[in-house]
Design a protein around this ligand. Structure first.
Ligand SMILES: Cc1ncc(COP(=O)(O)O)c(C=O)c1O
Length: 457
């Protein structure tokens, strides 16, 4: 299994041939899921005592399995938050694995962690946070939000021994991503979701806090604002929320997992004013910064607070604090110990292309949202639900009900044409099912959007 032999050579050629073909493919198949029973019938039992051989396993992957999975970078995949990793980043993801480096501790990963840190410095510079702020790459936004909230909660508990057993409260708006509720379950905290279908304003936050009783107020340890909601790209009133957090002495976290990339775009940067006052920020390179899965990031205003919360101890880890091993240990700042050097594909692509090309590619997502807004308004069968925000567009097909949207989504997906999923938007009459675009891929064209809208006629 660990030998270098003819099987290895043949398997490597298969893998590299596929990788080059896929990475240079301008027109990937969209892919559609099959039921597990169908896949079982096509693939059979692949895990056997003697193995089925690399050639056979690869054939099954190439001819069956990958085709039953969606190509997230398809230019007409505009559902959820899609992705569009640069070709350089994908290639370097292969290299990151091939290099076989442990990314948790400087002692083992110094050179590659150093490269990750340069990419991180650029990310931090976009936020405008003060000197000393720094972060680490995580498995995604969920882990970044969780790591930030563990740091916030531990920091809050450190102020008073009576808080050690107290269940904390975080405040967010109902526009916050589902990972916030998931995170709160993990850390056994309560969440107060402020009802608003639009941006969360500082005064609404202050009002909510003022309405709480003393007991609840004493348990609040953090406020989570969103820098680009997943559903509609709304950026909360970050400056107003920062002021309230300062007054109430609360940890201010900004979940900019999706929208944070737009900090690189000068024309929309002012919408994020106030983010520089955050105690922690989540930004996912695997969303709008063109990294392959999986790569999120969490940035801390005072990384030492996160280190106190996260660094693991054990006699087998003692050596990592020796003078000879001194350096930045990413595992000290998030919940994961062993980690791949997951920021490396971003680093390589940034180093190769430069930050200007990133700004242009991110701007294209915003431009595509504006183009979609125009096309939707011009067509007689569609209308905007609200103005496009960042790269998200919510729109309705006049006269359609929830089941029409669902049937249209499946039809387009099944035929390999497009994947555009419905969502809900709350209005005075309740929650309305509408359609939603999220643009990440700069290769999506105006014609793609027009064709998708046409398919709703
Ligand atoms: C605003 C926001 N936060 C957090 C997440 C969760 O990120 P991940 O799926 O990388 O864990 C998402 C995912 O879409 C998101 O849009």
């Amino acid at each position: 299994m660990h030998n270098v032999d003819i099987d290895l050579v043949e398997m490597s050629l298969d893998v590299i041939k596929f990788a080059i073909g896929r990475i240079s493919d301008n027109d990937p198949q969209l892919g559609f899921p099959k039921k597990a029973e169908e896949l079982k019938a096509l693939v059979g039992e692949t895990i056997t005592p003697t193995g089925i051989g690399g050639e056979k396993a690869f054939e099954l992957f190439r001819d069956v399995l990958v085709k039953a999975s969606v190509s997230i970078d398809h230019p007409r995949h505009l559902a959820f938050v899609p992705a569009s990793p640069t070709r350089a980043a994908v290639m370097f993801d292969l290299v990151t694995s091939a290099a076989s480096v442990h990314g948790a501790f400087w002692l083992e990963g110094a050179g590659l962690i150093f490269a990750e840190m340069q990419a991180m410095e650029w990310l931090v510079s976009l936020t405008g946070m003060p000197k000393g702020a720094f972060g680490v790459f995580t498995s995604g936004g969920t882990e970044a939000n969780l790591s930030a909230m563990v740091a916030a909660r531990e920091n809050w508990r450190s102020f008073s021994p009576t808080k050690q057993r107290e269940r904390g409260i975080v405040i967010a708006s109902n526009g916050a991503h589902s990972s916030i509720a998931a995170m709160a379950k993990v850390i056994d905290a309560d969440v107060i979701l402020i009802e608003t279908e639009d941006r969360l304003e500082g005064n609404k936050l202050a009002e909510t806090i003022n309405e709480l009783g003393d007991e609840e107020r004493s348990r609040i340890f953090a406020v989570i604002a969103t820098g680009g909601t997943t559903n509609s790209g709304i950026i909360d009133d970050l400056a107003g929320i920062a002021n309230v957090c300062k007054k109430e002495k609360l940890w201010f976290h900004v979940d900019a997992a999706y929208g944070g990339a737009a900090l690189a775009v000068k024309s929309v940067r002012p919408l994020f004013n106030g983010i520089e006052q955050a105690d922690s920020i989540t930004i996912d390179p695997h969303k709008w910064l063109f990294s392959p899965y999986d790569c999120g990031a969490v940035i801390y205003r005072e990384p030492d607070i996160a280190k106190k919360a996260h660094s693991q101890e054990g006699s087998y880890l003692d050596i990592f604090s020796d003078e000879g091993a001194k350096g930045f240990n990413p595992s000290d700042y998030q919940i994961q110990l062993t980690r791949r050097v997951r920021g490396l594909p971003l680093w390589f692509s940034l180093a190769m292309h430069g930050t200007d090309r990133y700004e242009q590619a991110i701007s294209r997502g915003i431009e595509l949202a504006r183009i979609a807004g125009r096309l939707i308004t011009e067509a007689e069968h569609t209308e905007l639900v609200r103005e496009p925000s960042l790269s998200c567009v919510l729109y309705r097909r006049k006269g359609w009900r929830a089941e029409d949207y669902r049937a249209w989504t499946y039809k387009n997906h099944k035929s390999g044409f497009a994947l555009v999923a419905p969502t809900k938007w709350r209005n005075p009459d309740g929650a309305e099912t509408v359609s939603r675009f999220c643009f990440i891929n700069p290769d999506t064209t105006e014609q793609d959007i027009a064709d998708i809208l046409d398919s709703m006629r």
